[in-house]
Design a protein around this ligand. Sequence first.
Ligand code: NAP
Ligand code: GDD
Length: 384
Amino acid sequence: MNKKVALITGITGQDGAYLAEYLIKKGYIVHGVKRRSSMFNTERIDHLYQDPHVENRNLILHYGDLTDSLNLTRIIGETQPDEIYNLAAMSHVKVSFDTPEYTANADGLGVLRILEAVRLLRLSQKTRIYQASTSELYGLVQETPQKETTPFYPRSPYAVAKLYGYWITVNYREAYGMHASNGILFNHESPLRGETFVTRKVTRAISRIALGMQKKMYMGNLSAKRDWGHAKDYVRAMYAILQQDEPSDYVIATGVTTTIRDFIRMSFEAIGVGITFRGEGIDETAVLTSIDEQLFAEKAGEDYLEALRKRIGEDVVGVDPNYFRPTEVELLIGDATKARTRLGWEPEYSLSALIEDMLHNDLKLMKKDSYLKKGGYTILNYFE
Ligand code: NAP
Ligand code: GDD
């Protein structure tokens, strides 16, 4: 039997890496679009990489960019995919305020380029398309919890670009009968999450604080609430959406929302460190109040305990208004009833299990020689 062929844009990102692994395990041949970079940018998929001289490869990478129609059309024409997962995007909400035109081009028009390429290549009836839509579409939320019928109110150049991507996907489905679907995914995280998204920034910083490599982390809006799941669970939903007979749009979420403040508290607690938040607004801080020494020794290592003990009473979290956004999305919480009933999709990871996974990975990473040589124990004010 012929193997199914999938094309993943954004294969070098968090979701692309998990999805590629998932599809390869299912027996797919996976083609991925990666951008040319002056440095290696395939770290997340290096374990899947196969030398071009290997016969019958199941992972093949192509240089490309969502802003380049000719290149996308050629790749789709050459690979003739059964399924396209369009995951590529400038995905950082805060950065989209700095690069609004580029974001519109890649995240908005990029979707059109893929849909139109499929149509022009006469693949409309063969190729199924998954568009990476987002809970950011709900922005200034009009209804809680948010579901497929909740009106959109985007609050950033990123979300506005993704709004175009959402509707052009719906339009091509209705106009040309294409199997094109939106996954409206709420925030999902993992050890592979980009380092400047809030969860990973926190688990990295906590790992560094625990190991004596960093004194304090500086954060933006601590009161925002997010519905966080694990990326491994969310790529299963992407696949399930494209296996349905009929295309449709689905909210994918856990239904649990948590403030950034509580995420930080829970993450410290997971390694045995107690903190207390004090003050308000830009003067808010969190002070280190207690250590469960047995748990800390088990998670971070006994060697680091003495130094951390001396820090009880010191601030470990502060607020830097530079991380505030011109317009903020204050609350997200999703209702994934449609996905549960139609796709049979349920998340397996709880928020605590997600935090465990991320901290375990970051503590291991920070203990690596290369990190110690770069920052070491001497640079105590390091933050990003
Ligand atoms: P990510 O880690 O930032 O990955 C984004 C990927 O897109 C990377 O492979 C990146 O390449 C690539 N890319 C960026 N601009 C490109 C361009 N112009 N042309 C081609 N490739 C480009 O994001 P993610 O968390 O995996 O998210 C995947 C998708 O889901 C994105 O579209 C995101 O907007 C959307 N989404 C994410 C979440 C979430 O919580 N993670 C929730 C809802 C929707 P480089 O590696 O070279 O940078
Ligand atoms: N990044 C960041 N850094 N966010 C912070 C910080 C900080 O220091 N301090 C507070 N926050 C708040 C942000 O203001 C926001 O309210 C929340 O933490 C989450 O920020 P991010 O982790 O950057 O994610 P996001 O919700 O803006 O966007 C992510 O999720 C979307 C789905 O809802 C991205 O993955 C998007 O691509 C995705 O569409």
